[in-house]
Design a protein around this ligand. Structure first.
Ligand SMILES: [Zn+2]
Length: 328
């Protein structure tokens, strides 16, 4: 693979600025309480967390979030990283809930957050001082407990609420044969299992498309999931895994005489890796929304496209997306 890029970036900055002007607009609408409580999020992660909490973003198929979670669970180091990122996110989320003025008890913000993210019916269970959390999630088996980020998020959130370290791990997972994901203050039973090969699941997605009943996930939450996978130390590995699956699916597409550009567009859309428009023979345009137009995220998308198309790509940045040409 060789991906050559041109153009400059700054989408995150543009997105933060857009968010700030939106916040200022609301604060200036005469609602004094809103003016007091709408403090500006200070970073990308906070913008995403706040966006989910307030129900911004739109529903997309849960396949992208499942793919991101499974890819980022492929090694113990990645699971540890995602758990740690989750703890940090949980602390930030708690402070957002506590200062929003909407909750007399900030604990109530967490079910709201997961509900808006696309994980309904989250509930706390207390056993003495111990917590357990149960929630519904997308149902597709990948053979492992993959919600390390969510385990960290719940832990960080409850840790601040309780004023003591709370460390929950996922003892049952909807991606691993359970109806619910269950997070408990107990050693994890399934977290050391690496996910099955995703090929079979992706192949079904390629051939049949996502089932209609597929869960909806908030697009901000989907970006948050990818965010946890894009740590600079691991992004090369993640790109490698994603490229591998792209390559595999591209080969199958060509073997079955399907149209690669059509199937690639469908896969990118299903996996929430961007929307693609065909511009001509061997020439495409992949569009990202402002939130996902970040270098490491778009690199993931390009790694998938490059694997899928199986050629050298010329890539240039253009208004909210990339133009991709296959070099012969
Ligand atoms: Zn789970």
């Amino acid at each position: 693979m060789a991906v050559k890029k041109t153009g400059k970036r700054g989408a995150t900055q543009r997105m933060l600025e857009a968010w700030r002007s939106y916040g200022n607009g609301r604060a200036g609408s005469g609602n004094k309480k809103a003016a007091e409580t709408l403090r500006q999020p200070s970073g990308y992660e906070e913008v995403l967390l706040d966006g989910v909490l307030r129900g911004r973003g739109w529903r997309q198929k849960a396949d992208g979030a499942l793919f991101a979670s499974a890819v980022a669970s492929m090694a113990e180091s990645l699971r540890v990283l995602r758990f740690a990122r989750g703890i940090k996110a949980g602390k930030v989320l708690y402070s957002l809930c506590a200062r929003s003025g909407e909750y007399r008890n900030p604990l109530l913000g967490l079910p709201d957050f997961f509900g808006n993210a696309g994980y309904p019916r989250m509930r706390y269970e207390r056993n003495g001082r111990s917590f357990a959390v149960r929630m519904q999630s997308q149902q597709a088996s990948v053979g492992a407990n993959i919600h390390a980020f969510e385990a960290g998020l719940v832990s960080g959130f409850l840790g601040i609420a309780e004023g003591r370290p709370v460390l929950l791990s996922e003892s049952a997972c909807s991606a691993n044969g359970s109806e619910y994901c269950v997070f408990e203050e107990a050693p994890a039973r399934g977290s050391t299992v690496e996910p099955d090969d995703l090929s079979e699941w992706l192949l079904r997605l390629l051939q049949e498309g996502a089932p209609r009943s597929s869960w909806g996930i908030n697009s901000y939450y989907s970006n948050l999931i990818w965010e946890t996978a894009l740590h600079s130390m691991y992004s090369a590995e993640i790109r490698g895994i994603v490229h591998y699956y792209g390559d595999l699916l591209g080969r199958i597409t060509r073997r079955d005489n399907r149209k690669p550009e059509k199937e690639l567009g469908r896969m990118l859309d299903s996996l929430a890796l961007g929307r693609m428009r065909v511009e001509g023979k061997a020439s495409f345009h992949v569009i990202f929304d402002a939130v996902s137009m970040r270098r490491r995220f778009t690199d993931i998308s390009l790694a998938f496209a490059s694997g899928f198309l199986g050629g050298n790509l010329q890539v240039s940045e253009q208004s909210g997306g990339y133009s991709i040409s296959i070099l012969q």
